[in-house]
Design a protein around this ligand. Structure first.
Ligand SMILES: Nc1ncnc2c1ncn2[C@@H]1O[C@H](COP(=O)(O)OP(=O)(O)OP(=O)(O)O)[C@@H](O)[C@H]1O
Ligand SMILES: [Mg+2]
Length: 316
């Protein structure tokens, strides 16, 4: 059974009295213990997809269609009170900048204890013990001492480990990492990704791993959704996606990776469109080297095969 299912999700933003659609019929699913990556260029809709799952959207956003099923229930119908019990506990978020989720005035220990006490019936001393245990689990050395540190005393990588520790202290079922390793240097990035994989294995946690780094996703995720201009244009098992990419955009992204290309690297010409640009057909058509006449006039259907879903007229 899927722990999470995003079904036909569409979302629009109201800007200057007009609505612009920023997500179009997004379909994704996640099993317990699985890692799903969402990749794509800046502005393609990765963060708003994740924020829809947490129901943390800006006031001018409106979900115009679709469902989000968590454990089989449509959370879009949940009240804010009910969502508060899920957010940060059952579904945790690891943002790009850990300082946005840590209070500079309190020690690491008291903040971890706070989330433990907020979501579980656990008292002071016991919370302290669990706080130390989870710091050990995220491999923070000298955890006893670190409990008394303030966020500014830790490096970026260590702060990210603290946020991860909070998620596992709450026994979150789903952890959403939104560019959680992007700001870190390559070595620390690799360590944190390895830690996430470890948690996936040992705790059977499900992950949504958002990144624009296609190479990193290849090493990390079980399955991958490639987004372009608010649509999932290809969705497949990660190995399959890299071995046999179907969508011209996915192919182009892989061609731009040094590790996957012995030939000359090819950058993708042009820019992704903004949500204000309207298309009758495929939004990738202006940049596509395989385009046909129909691509300009009609949105491609989702072609499902055994190994992947692809949104492209080439496969119809
Ligand atoms: N409050 C808002 N009002 C209007 N448009 C918005 C709002 N929030 C996001 N958008 C637009 O929605 C689109 C998707 O944004 P989103 O933040 O999900 O992109 P992203 O894929 O996460 O990009 P990045 O890699 O830069 O983080 C973008 O075009 C963005 O400009
Ligand atoms: Mg984003």
């Amino acid at each position: 059974m899927n722990i999470l299912e995003i079904k036909n999700l569409s979302l629009a933003f109201s800007v200057g009295g007009r609505y612009y659609e920023a997500l179009h019929n997004v379909n994704l699913s996640l099993k317990q213990g699985e890692m799903l990556a969402i990749v794509g260029e800046s502005g393609c809709g990765k963060t708003i997809t994740a924020m829809s799952v947490l129901k943390l959207l800006s006031p001018n956003a409106q979900i115009t269609s679709g469902n989000i099923l968590y454990k089989g229930e449509n959370i879009l119908e949940y009240s804010e009170t009910k969502m508060r019990k899920i957010r940060g506990k059952e579904i945790a978020l690891i943002p790009q900048d850990p300082l946005t989720s840590l209070n500079p005035l309190y020690t690491i220990g008291s903040q971890i204890e706070e989330v433990i006490k907020e979501h579980q019936e656990i008292e002071g001393k016991q919370a302290r013990i669990i706080a130390k245990e989870v710091l050990d689990e995220v491999q923070i050395a000298d955890s006893e001492k670190r409990l008394n540190s303030y966020p500014h005393e830790l490096s970026g990588g260590m702060r990210q480990r603290v946020i991860i520790a909070m998620a596992i202290a709450c026994k979150s079922n789903i952890i959403i990492c939104d560019e959680a390793t992007t700001a870190l240097d390559v070595t620390v990035q690799a360590q944190i990704t390895e830690l996430l994989k470890e948690i996936q294995r040992t705790r059977n946690t499900a992950f949504i791993f958002i990144s624009h780094d296609f190479g990193l996703v290849h090493k990390t995720a079980d399955k991958t959704a490639v987004m372009y201009a608010g649509r999932v244009i290809e969705y497949a098992n990660t190995k399959e996606l890299f071995k046999n990419p179907k969508h011209p955009y996915t192919k182009a992204l892989i061609n731009a990776l040094p590790d996957f290309n012995s030939k000359k690297l090819e950058a993708i010409e042009g820019q992704p469109p903004s949500i204000k640009e309207e298309f009758n057909g495929c939004s990738f058509e202006p940049r596509c080297t395989f385009r046909k006449d129909i691509c300009k006039v009609k949105v491609p259907p989702c072609i499902k095969s055994e190994n992947s879903d692809v949104l492209c007229w080439l496969y119809n």
